[in-house]
Design a binder for this molecule. Structure first.
Ligand code: ADP
Ligand code: ASP
Ligand code: MG
Length: 408
């Protein structure tokens, strides 16, 4: 078999843990499998590098050429892990070879700090595997169209792993992390959360995009598109984790599979926008051009021919968003731009919602009983999300987890 194994930041947290990873990889080799290992930076290292960069940049938030250098800076974290793991493997007598993103040729677009993988050339990886070596690839990094180093956004090593699994047609992509698998809620927040044995790609996609950072959303998208069997499991023991798979027959029996919270969004309100055709397009087109993705949008009913429009964006895009919208204010005829980062989006997810009515109203009732006010709502076929004050985020998560009978 060809197995892609990805080890996250905690799993490669220090030299001893990297040696543990090496032993696991050696064991997989001993069983006769080909192995591609993807590693994250040592836990906390990416944050440290990001802070170093931010402290160096004196004038505003990083953009343009500064973002290019940020990628050069933060991609080093993964490079360190890849070299150390290859050394630890050599030490165990296992032949291994580290290959950086540009050496593999993980080609991305040019969107520095959140690049998307455009293509992967598996030739070099294959050659390394065929020569009997373990290929060790740093996660999170790629090479842009003009040869510059790019990074794939926070949590991007998951996506590197799945993309390599797809490119090499691996039999399985194993995501080794610091929890036992995918849980009904973040087990570090909700103590009664239970491990899910099997979850559909659709549900995992929603949970990942709604704040369950156990898998980066793009990794789930890629796995779903390329039908890569994904196994999320603990790097500390060999027990089974969670399989992320195509939908199976009995999966719809539960209405709600999991709950998630996202505290990385901020709310932006544009006051007194004239209620004319084309206004919303005028507002959102420049944001899209600047690569800012907008999540929830609420437009109030117009009174006196003006309307307030509220939307949410990722916190990392706040400065850019406010600058763009402030620049448009006069042209749009809006009176004021407000932003609020004390918000959290709390969501319930489940395939069973397709066939069960009343999930949204139950969410509202559970939150009402806790005295939590709802600022915005959005729903899809298999999820209900509400925007609330961030100070209630954990309370709401626990109440919903309990209220939908997920507690173990
Ligand atoms: P890694 O460094 O291995 O990539 P991450 O920190 O990115 O690990 O993701 C694992 C973390 O995701 C867990 O420690 C847990 O706190 C968090 N998490 C959030 N929601 C969930 C969930 N539903 N199931 C499992 N873990 C979750
Ligand atoms: N090291 C990067 C991060 O912390 C990528 C990853 O670990 O997946 O976001
Ligand atoms: Mg991660």
């Amino acid at each position: 078999m060809l197995i892609v194994q990805k080890y996250g930041g905690t799993s490669v947290g220090n030299l001893e843990r990297i040696q543990n990873v090496a032993r696991r990889v050696a064991e997989t080799r001993r069983q006769g499998h080909d192995v591609v290992v993807v590693v994250s930076a040592i836990g906390g290292e990416t944050d440290r590098l990001l802070k170093l960069g931010a402290d160096m940049i004196q004038h505003g938030s990083p953009r343009g050429s500064q973002q290019r250098e940020m990628d050069v800076l933060v991609s080093t974290g993964e490079q360190v892990s890849a070299a150390l793991l290859s050394m630890a493997l050599h030490d165990l007598g296992v032949e291994a070879c580290s290959l950086m993103g540009h050496q593999v040729r993980i080609v991305t677009d040019a969107a520095h700090t959140k690049a998307r993988i455009a293509s992967i050339d598996a030739t070099k990886l294959r050659a390394v595997l065929d020569s009997g070596k373990v290929a060790v690839v740093p996660g999170f990094q790629g090479v842009g169209p003009s040869g510059d180093i790019t990074t794939l956004g926070r949590g991007g090593s998951d996506t590197t792993a799945v993309a390599l699994a797809a490119a090499t047609q691996a039999d399985v992509c194993e995501i080794y992390t610091d929890v036992d698998g995918v849980f009904t809620a973040d087990p570090n927040v909700v103590k009664t959360a239970r491990k899910i044995d099997r979850i559909s790609f659709e549900e995992m996609l929603e949970l990942a995009s709604l704040g369950a950072k156990v898998l980066q959303i793009r990794s789930v998208e890629l796995a779903m598109k390329n039908r890569v069997p994904l196994h999320v499991r603990s790097s500390f023991h060999s027990g089974e984790g969670t399989w992320v798979t195509d939908e199976e027959k009995n999966m719809e029996s539960v209405v709600v599979t999991g709950v998630a919270a996202d505290r990385n969004e901020v709310k932006v309100t544009v006051r007194s926008l004239p209620d004319n055709p084309g206004m919303v397009a005028k507002l959102f087109e420049p944001l899209a051009e600047a690569n800012v993705s907008v999540d929830m949008i609420i437009q109030n009913v117009a009174e006196d021919r003006t309307t307030d429009l509220t939307f949410t964006v990722n916190a990392t895009d706040l400065d850019r968003t406010v600058e763009i919208v402030e620049g448009l204010k006069a042209d749009l005829g809006a009176t004021e731009i407000l932003s609020d980062d004390r918000v959290a989006k709390v969501s319930v997810v489940g395939l069973g919602m397709r066939t069960h009515a009343g999930v949204a109203s139950k969410v509202f009732r559970i939150l009402a009983n806790e005295g939590v006010n709802i600022a915005a709502i959005s729903t899809s076929e298999i999820k209900v999300s509400v925007l609330i004050h961030s100070k209630y985020s954990e309370l709401a998560l626990r109440a919903l987890h309990e209220g939908f009978g997920l507690a173990g």
